[in-house]
Design a binder for this molecule. Sequence first.
Ligand code: GTP
Ligand code: MG
Length: 231
Amino acid sequence: MIMKKVAPIKSLHGLDTLLSSEEIESIKVSFFEMQHLFQSATREISTKLEILDDEFKFIHRRNPIHNMQSRIKSIESIFEKLNRKGLEISIEAAKENLTDIAGIRVVCYYIDDIYKIAEMLKSQDDILLIRETDYIKAPKPNGYRSLHLVLKVPVFFSDRKEIVPVEIQIRTLAMDFWASLEHQLRYKTLEEVPLSVSKELQECAEKIAYTDLKMQEIYKTLMKYDCDSDL
Ligand code: GTP
Ligand code: MG
C-alpha cells in the first residue's frame, strides 16, 4: 500500500508554542485519519444523492440537481474553529463539537426540488437527522437562503462502524448565485460592509427569491400543458 505523505500545515494558530514537535506530529497524523473518515461519509451521502437524482430523471424526465460539491474542512480550519470556540485541540473535541467537518452543497433547479431531495434523503433508514435549519422559510436577516441539514451516516470499516455527521446545504441556482457573490464580497472587501450596501444585498436576495418562485410557477404551467397535450 502506498502511504500518503502528511501534507505540511500552513498555520498552527499558536499551537507550536504550546506543544512539542512530536505532539504536533501525532495530532497531524490523527487529524489526517479523521479526514479520511469524514471523506468516506461524504462519499456515501454523495452516492445517495446521485442515485436519487438519476431515479428522479427516470421518472420525471429531468434532473432535480444541477451540481454538487463536497469539501472536507482543512486541518487548519478545524484547528482555527476549535481554538475560536475555546475548545481543546483534539480529535475527540472536533468530533463532539464540529458538525461541519464534512460538507456537501447541493444546487437544485427549483425550490420544490430542494424539499423533495431533503425528504428523500431524510427518509432513508440508515440516515439520522441531527439538525435542520430552513433559511428559505426563514431567511437570515442579510437575505441568505438555503436549507441546511446535519445528517449522520454509518461508515463501515474492516473492524468497526462509525457514525459520522455531514452538513448539507441545499439551495437553488439563484440562491447559490447570491450566496457565492455575497460570500466573495464579504471576504474580499471591507471588514464591515456599510449598512446601505447590506440593505442593497438584502434587496437583491428578495428579487432573486421572487424570480425563483416565478420560474417555478412557469415550470409548473408548462408541465401542465405538457401533460394536457399527452391526453
Ligand atoms: P458556523 O459553521 O460556525 O459558521 O455556524 P453554523 O454552522 O451555526 O452556521 P450556519 O448553519 O448558519 O452556516 C453554515 C454555513 O452556511 C456557512 O459556513 C456558510 O457556508 C453558509 N452560510 C450561512 N450563512 C451565510 C450567509 O449569510 N452568507 C453566505 N454566503 N453563506 C452563509
Ligand atoms: Mg457550520
